[in-house]
Design a protein. Structure first.
Length: 253
C-alpha cells in the first residue's frame, strides 16, 4: 500500500470521529489490522474497501485515490450516532475446557495452559506467550502495536564479549587491565538495535556510550582532559532525540 493511500484511510477515520477500535468493530476486523493499514504495512482486501467506502458514503476510487480533503459524511454521522448510544453488553458465560490442558474463554479474553506453554490473549489484541522459546509480549501503546520477543543476541553477545576479553587478556601485556572495557559493548549494541527497531533514539544507551568512550580514550591514550566535556553532550542528546520523536508522532497523527 502506498503512503498516500494509508494517509487517506487515516484521515477518513479521523474526519468521521472513529477510534481504531470503533472502526474495527464496525467493519469486522481487528484493531491491529486498522493500525497496519494506516501505517502502510498491509492493505485492506476488496471486501474491506467496499465496506469502508459504504461506511464513508464515497466510492472506492475516492477512498484510495481521491485528492479532496476527507470530510465527515452523512452515512458516518448516522453510524456514529449508533456508536454513541448506550447499550447493555451481553455477557457470555466463560467456557472452560480441560482437554489437553486448561482452557478458559469468556468471549473476550482467552487463557490456554498446556504442555506447549501459557498463552493469554485479550479482545484488544494484546497477548503474552510463555513457552520453550521464551517469552513473547504483544501489546498496544495508544494507536500502535509493539512486540517484544526473546533474541539470540541476549545470549550470544555476552558470551562473545567474555571470550574476546579472555583472548585479549592472555595475548596482550595490559589486556587484563583494559580488556574489561569490552563489557560496555553489551548494553551499547543491544540498546542501539532496540533504538533502530523502534525508531526511537531515546532507547539508545547514550550515557553508557559516553562513559565507554571517555574511559577508552583515557586508559589507552592517557587523555583525561578535556575529554570529560563529552559528558555535557548527554542532556543535549536527549533533548534532540525527544524532539525528533515528538515531531514524528505529530506527523503520524
Amino acid at each position: 500500500m502506498t503512503k498516500k493511500t494509508a494517509d487517506r484511510l487515516f484521515q477518513y477515520r479521523k474526519a468521521n470521529g472513529y477510534s481504531q477500535e470503533e472502526l474495527a468493530s464496525k467493519i469486522g476486523v481487528s484493531r491491529q489490522a486498522i493500525s497496519k493499514w494506516e501505517r502502510g504495512e498491509s492493505s485492506p482486501d476488496t471486501d474491506n474497501l467496499i465496506t469502508l467506502a459504504r461506511l464513508y458514503n464515497i466510492t472506492i476510487d475516492e477512498l484510495i485515490n481521491g485528492t479532496d480533503e476527507p470530510e465527515r459524511t452523512t452515512a458516518a454521522e448516522d453510524t456514529q450516532q449508533m456508536v454513541e448510544e448506550p447499550y447493555e453488553e451481553k455477557k457470555e458465560q466463560p467456557k472452560v475446557s480441560f482437554v489437553n490442558g486448561i482452557h478458559v474463554h469468556d468471549g473476550k479474553d482467552k487463557v490456554d495452559i498446556s504442555f506447549s506453554g501459557i498463552h493469554v490473549e485479550t479482545k484488544k489484541g494484546e497477548s503474552v506467550h510463555i513457552g520453550s522459546s521464551g517469552v513473547e509480549v504483544d501489546g498496544i501503546d495508544e494507536e500502535y502495536i509493539f512486540k517484544r520477543k526473546p533474541s539470540w543476541l541476549h545470549a550470544v553477545l555476552p558470551f562473545s564479549v567474555i571470550i574476546a576479553y579472555l583472548i585479549i587478556g592472555f595475548t596482550f601485556e595490559k589486556g587484563w587491565a583494559t580488556g574489561w572495557l569490552l563489557i560496555f559493548l553489551i548494553p551499547i549494541i543491544e540498546s542501539f538495535i532496540a533504538a533502530v527497531k523502534t525508531k526511537n533514539p531515546s532507547a539508545f544507551a547514550y550515557p553508557v556510550f559516553v562513559a565507554a568512550a571517555y574511559l577508552t580514550v583515557g586508559m589507552l591514550m592517557s587523555i583525561w582532559h578535556p575529554t570529560w566535556i563529552i559528558f555535557l553532550t548527554i542532556p543535549i542528546y536527549y533533548v534532540i532525540s525527544n524532539a525528533v520523536t515528538q515531531k514524528k508522532k505529530e506527523r503520524e497523527q
